[in-house]
Design a protein around this ligand. Structure first.
Ligand SMILES: Nc1ncnc2c1ncn2[C@@H]1O[C@H](COP(=O)(O)OP(=O)(O)O)[C@@H](O)[C@H]1O
Ligand SMILES: [Mg+2]
Length: 252
């Protein structure tokens, strides 16, 4: 069981004639939480989308429990993708469905559950993210933090082996960030394996085993927060984080 649950091997991707990802490799052990950090445009979102095969990498491979995505046919890639949960900055909920149906829809269409079974599972997952009392509300009736928690419940309902989170709190008002981070903390404590792009430095500092600093399509440095963010550290990560904190301080 020493094999990593997720291995990203030498991924490269060119988009619009520009090399966006240049030979990126990383791996996650079961239950591990790693954070991607770095300047905007550095390739974090493209990397997460390549890992999920929303974008096909030009080179490289993604292995989930040792199974190579590059060697899978189209049909198996669909199954592979279902085993990875993806959370986006802007929630991606269906506006015309209430919270429980947002969670239930893929359970019915992809997993083939009956309406009753899908709704039962949906309510369980909504309860897990603290939204049992909001199940029948529509996205327009929910706060940003609640919408993001619905999208997390939806991902969890599919029993993913790994969750990828792309700046899940970046679209939220500051007072709503905590409720979403708390759900992510609980998930991590429950043993979920996660790779998360975020600028929440406090979160990264205290909860992740490794910070991966990305810029210009590559990993500039990676290491445990205790090293990269140590007092007096001259790491790129420490420099970036101190600039972020300065910026946040100035803007309130
Ligand atoms: N479809 C695309 N066509 C061309 N360039 C793209 C496309 N998608 C992303 N890019 C470029 O890739 C770079 C990395 O973007 P992105 O992965 O979103 O970075 P990050 O998430 O770190 O901000 C940016 O320069 C962006 O403009
Ligand atoms: Mg991004």
């Amino acid at each position: 069981m020493n094999q990593p649950i997720l291995e990203v091997k030498n991924i490269s991707k060119t988009l619009g004639g520009k090399l966006i990802l240049d030979d990126v490799s990383l791996s996650l052990n079961r239950g591990e939480l790693k954070v991607l950090i770095g300047p905007s445009g550095g390739g974090k979102s493209t990397l997460l989308q390549c890992i999920h095969y929303l974008i096909n990498p030009d080179k490289g491979d993604v292995l989930l429990e040792g199974r190579s995505a590059a060697e899978m046919g189209r049909r198996n890639i669909c199954a592979f993708r279902q085993e990875i949960g993806m959370i986006f900055q802007d929630f991606n909920l269906f506006d015309h469905l209430n919270a429980e149906n947002n969670v239930a829809v893929a359970l019915r269409k992809v997993k083939g559950l009956t309406k009753e079974a899908a709704l039962k599972r949906a309510r369980q997952e909504l309860e897990r993210v603290g939204l049992a009392d909001k199940a029948t509300l529509y996205p327009a009736q929910l706060s940003g933090g609640q919408k993001q928690r619905v999208s997390i419940a939806r991902a969890l309902a599919m029993d993913p082996k790994v969750m990828l989170l792309d700046e899940p709190t970046s679209a939220l008002d500051p007072e709503l960030i905590g409720e979403v981070l708390n759900v992510i903390v609980d998930l991590s404590k429950s043993g979920m394996t996660m790779l998360m792009a975020t600028h929440q430095i406090g979160f990264a500092r205290h909860l992740t085993s490794e910070i991966i600093f990305m810029e210009r399509g590559g990993i500039a440095e990676a290491g445990p927060p205790s090293v990269l963010l140590a007092e007096g550290s001259c790491s790129r990560t420490a420099d970036f984080c101190s600039k972020l904190t300065e910026l946040l301080g100035k803007n309130g």
